[in-house]
Design a protein around this ligand. Structure first.
Ligand SMILES: Nc1ncnc2c1ncn2[C@@H]1O[C@H](COP(=O)(O)OP(=O)(O)OP(=O)(O)O)[C@@H](O)[C@H]1O
Ligand SMILES: [Mg+2]
Length: 369
């Protein structure tokens, strides 16, 4: 087990800077998930930690030791990729034993390591099979098993479940949680899947275009995103953004006025906000309600999508360039083209300044506990 520390890490391919000044502290035994849009640098960061990619600037430490120039095999790390290339002509047993054999480990020791990993992953009854005789999920488990046999100090997983179907992903997600509980090894995990990130992570790291946007617990990122990017990235469907200006500031928060003349009170610390400042109100779909008594903006219903257990109402409004989405009870009936009023209670709203930075919500300590 080990801590991983990144200090001012940079990466450039020739003149193209793809990672900028990344600082991150991963504690011993933590499960850390990297998220961010395609091309933001998640894999690059992982590969630098693994030693598969040179570090252009900054320091990488594992358990307090500088690792920048240490070869991959000596870093105590095991990495599992999305494509988990198994050797097709070898049995599962041999696939899992291969790395240890290469490292010159003695046979009895290999046997213990392979059987132990297979047991942890519930594939001990399949050891004599070849990869083509397995399901996708079972193959993925062999790839993880191969990593476990090496007893790494840190596991790196780069989108390990993205080749699997939805049901299998859920199953494997639970397996990952169990695996982490059981091994208690530091794990770094990349995913595009919101649910995987929210459920597996002790800590989520949000990246965008080579910058670290925010690090925090899933609850913290959901309830107290530091900026508009994180607010829009975490949560699905994404947060609604409504453009307005500050009408007044009081002990109750900030009163925002939309160009329609309608208003929304937002419960945040006003900081330096003053009358006339351009701001953006953020409201999650589950908090955007129809015909709220005091606050809201008129919008025209575009369509309603029913998901069985809930429904999403899509509406358009001049103050929300990306449109509005409200989560509503499944059987509510709404007519396309009708005008409604959409708003939220002040404690459910977020507020961002014109640079996209979030105002501090007054109820964050409670929500993020
Ligand atoms: N060998 C390379 N040479 C030049 N640029 C590269 C190289 N590898 C990656 N990049 C660039 O670095 C950036 C980050 O790439 P990276 O693969 O880390 O993204 P990612 O976040 O893992 O994306 P995805 O979610 O699609 O896997 C991208 O802009 C990519 O084009
Ligand atoms: Mg990637």
């Amino acid at each position: 087990m080990a801590s991983v520390t990144l200090r001012n890490i940079r990466k450039a391919y020739d003149d193209n800077e793809v990672m900028r000044d990344i600082n991150l502290d991963i504690q011993d035994g933590e499960f850390v998930v990297f998220v961010g849009p395609s091309g933001c640098g998640k894999s690059t960061l992982m590969r630098m930690i693994a030693g598969l990619e040179d570090i252009t600037g900054g320091d990488l430490q594992i358990d307090g030791t500088r690792m920048n120039d240490v070869p991959p095999a000596k870093r105590g790390i095991a990495m599992v990729f999305q494509s988990y290339a198994l050797y097709p002509h070898m049995t599962l047993y041999d696939n899992m034993a291969f790395g240890l054999k290469l490292a010159g480990t003695k046979k009895p020791e290999i046997d213990v390591a392979v059987r132990n990993a297979a047991k942890i992953l519930h594939i001990d009854h399949l050891l004599e099979r070849k990869p083509k005789q397995l399901s996708g999920g079972q193959r993925q488990r062999v790839a993880i098993g191969r990593a476990i046999t090496r007893k790494p100090k840190v596991f790196l997983f780069d989108e390990p479940l993205s080749n699997l179907d939805a049901a299998l992903r859920v199953k494997m997600r639970l397996e990952f949680a169990r695996l982490h509980d059981e091994l208690k090894t530091t794990m770094i995990y990349v995913t595009h899947d919101q649910v995987e990130a929210m459920t597996l992570a002790d800590k989520i790291v949000v990246l965008s275009a080579g910058n670290l946007e925010q690090v925090g617990s899933p609850n913290m990122l959901y309830h107290a995103p530091a900026n508009r990017f994180v607010a829009g990235f975490i949560g699905s469907p994404k947060m609604n953004f409504l453009e307005g200006i500050v009408q007044s500031v009081s002990a109750n928060g900030v009163l925002v006025k939309y160009e329609t003349g309608e208003t929304q009170l937002v419960l945040v610390e006003p900081g330096r906000a003053k009358e006339g400042d351009k701001v953006t109100v953020g409201i999650r779909p589950e908090h955007l309600h129809i015909d709220v008594a005091d606050y809201g903006v008129s919008a025209r219903i575009m369509t309603v999508e029913s998901l069985g257990d809930a429904a999403y109402l899509y509406a358009e409004s001049s103050v929300a360039p990306d449109g509005l989405i409200a989560r509503i009870p499944p059987l509510e009936r709404h007519e396309k083209g009708a005008t409604i009023r959409l708003g939220a209670t002040p404690d459910h709203c977020h507020l961002f300044n014109s640079d996209g930075q979030a105002f501090q919500r007054k109820i964050v300590e409670v929500l993020a506990a």
